[in-house]
Design a protein around this ligand. Structure first.
Ligand SMILES: Nc1ncnc2c1ncn2[C@@H]1O[C@H](COP(=O)(O)OP(=O)(O)OP(=O)(O)O)[C@@H](O)[C@H]1O
Length: 302
């Protein structure tokens, strides 16, 4: 059974339709990503899932619960990451965990959570004295304090440096390993590719694609490109004759072979047979960035 089900969700702000028929289902234990450019409707969608906004149309179920009518029950099941500004500057880390834990029927052991999130030595530190990465880790800890079955993380790693971002990815995976289903909003391609089991790409309030990261890429372009410098002149036609090859071109001193299937094996076998070695050989495949451009007609930052 799906843990989160969203069908035909519509949300308007005045006469602007921010979410226009969004639908997806998240299975238990998944890290499910919502990827899209600024203003696509990602946050509005997850705020409806969290019960923070009232949809104008469609249905949402979280563990079978309608966020609109069973808000109290939803709070016990769903952990939402707090915005930074929601914590008082002088509140200490331990106090915040204690306070937020008191809102739940069966809170997690907050000391254990701080241990997992590498914040044990910050228990007596005021919120304002934490670094950006520590604040983010605390916001994950607070999202998990109620022992939720679902955690919603919105732009969790925005503003973090690359190392802190990678650390956060490791943490999210550990949270999933504890049995929590994760709904993750992001506009970082690498994050989506590395972390998410499946992704809904949202653009202008609609889901334009929904698949695994690899499936999205393959759906757009399954061609590969091999570049190398041949150690000796090679008749292009021996490569062009291979069923895997669609084109062979020269770019400076390099050959560029484009094709599908087991292209690398086919090309290297021909080279070996002709006693040609391939210097600087690179295999290039379409990336999630390419898939995103193909799906939305623009890059994620434009
Ligand atoms: N409270 C609001 N009142 C009016 N319009 C809003 C409100 N919140 C969002 N919008 C508009 O709705 C659209 C979708 O916004 P939303 O924040 O859901 O997008 P997003 O994909 O999360 O974008 P971002 O990546 O920039 O956070 C945008 O055009 C935004 O300007």
């Amino acid at each position: 059974m799906a843990i989160i089900e969203v069908e035909d969700l519509v949300k308007r702000y005045g006469d602007h339709t921010a979410v226009n028929g969004v639908g997806f289902a998240v299975e238990r234990g998944e890290i499910f990503g919502i990827l899209g450019p600024n203003g696509a409707g990602k946050t509005t969608t997850v705020e409806c899932v969290e019960g923070l906004r009232v949809p104008d149309g469609g249905t949402i179920r979280v563990c079978g619960i309608d966020p609109r009518s069973e808000t109290g029950e939803l709070r016990q099941l769903l952990g939402a990451q707090l915005q930074e500004s929601e914590l008082p500057d002088k509140l200490k880390v331990g106090e915040a965990m204690e306070l937020y834990g008191s809102f739940y029927r069966e809170p997690a052991d907050w000391r254990e959570l701080l241990g997992i999130l590498d914040l044990t030595d910050k228990i007596d530190t005021q919120f304002r004295r934490l670094s950006g990465g520590q604040k983010q880790r605390l916001s994950i800890a607070l999202a998990l304090i109620g022992n939720p079955r679902v955690a919603v993380l919105d732009e969790l790693t925005t503003g973090l440096d690359p190392q802190a971002r990678r650390d956060a990815w490791g943490l999210i995976e550990r949270v999933r390993d504890r049995g929590v289903t994760i709904l993750l909003v992001t506009h970082f391609m690498e994050e989506a590719e590395r972390l998410c089991d499946r992704l809904a790409v949202i653009d202008s309030g609609r889901v334009v694609a929904l698949d695994t990261p690899a499936g999205l890429v393959a759906g757009v372009d399954d061609r590969q490109r091999i570049r190398f410098r041949p150690s000796a002149p090679l008749d292009h036609s021996v490569l062009a004759a291979l069923p895997e090859v669609t084109s062979v071109d020269r770019a400076g001193d390099q050959l560029v072979v484009i094709g599908t299937g087991n292209l690398l094996l086919a090309v290297t076998t021909v080279l070996a047979r002709n006693q040609v070695t391939a210097a600087g050989l690179r295999v290039e495949q379409a990336s999630l960035d390419d898939a995103f451009v193909a799906l939305t007609g623009r890059t994620i930052d434009s």
